[in-house]
Design a protein around this ligand. Structure first.
Ligand code: ZN
Length: 135
């Protein structure tokens, strides 16, 4: 049996990791000794996207950056505690919130990494089924 080496003839589907990063400056308060403290929060999200040969490009990969920007823009120069009060105002809380907000639009969202300017970064990982979405 002839087996082509053509990228689009492989039996396994080909997918790409698409990455978007947005940074905002925002304050947070943690406890009594870390009040109204400002940081740059750099949020990087990754999705697994299958190549749509009929359309000739990754869909909806190009929406990822704009959706992340629109999500984070209202937090810019504001207090995380006030803007998203149900969220722990730390990198892990912000990562969880971003994943929850983007998961419906991007079911193949795999990771959310949040880096705070005080040197801490965390990465949230989501398990995906082969066909997409949560396990
Ligand atoms: Zn701080």
């Amino acid at each position: 049996m002839f087996r082509s080496t053509c990228l689009f003839c492989w039996s396994a589907p080909v997918f790409y990791t698409v990455t978007a990063t947005v940074a905002i400056d925002a304050n947070h308060t943690v406890g009594d000794d870390h009040v109204d403290c400002g940081h740059r929060w750099t949020v990087t999200v990754e999705t697994r996207e299958f190549f749509d040969l009929s359309k000739g490009r990754l869909l909806p990969a190009y929406d990822l950056q704009s959706n992340l920007f629109e999500l984070l823009l209202p937090l810019r120069h504001r207090s995380l505690n006030e803007m998203i009060p149900a969220v722990t105002p730390l990198p892990e809380g912000l990562a969880t919130w971003v994943a929850e907000q983007l998961a419906l639009r991007f079911p193949d969202l795999t990771t959310v990494t949040v880096e705070a300017s005080y040197g801490t970064h965390v990465t949230l990982h989501r398990e995906l089924r082969r066909s997409g979405g949560l396990v």
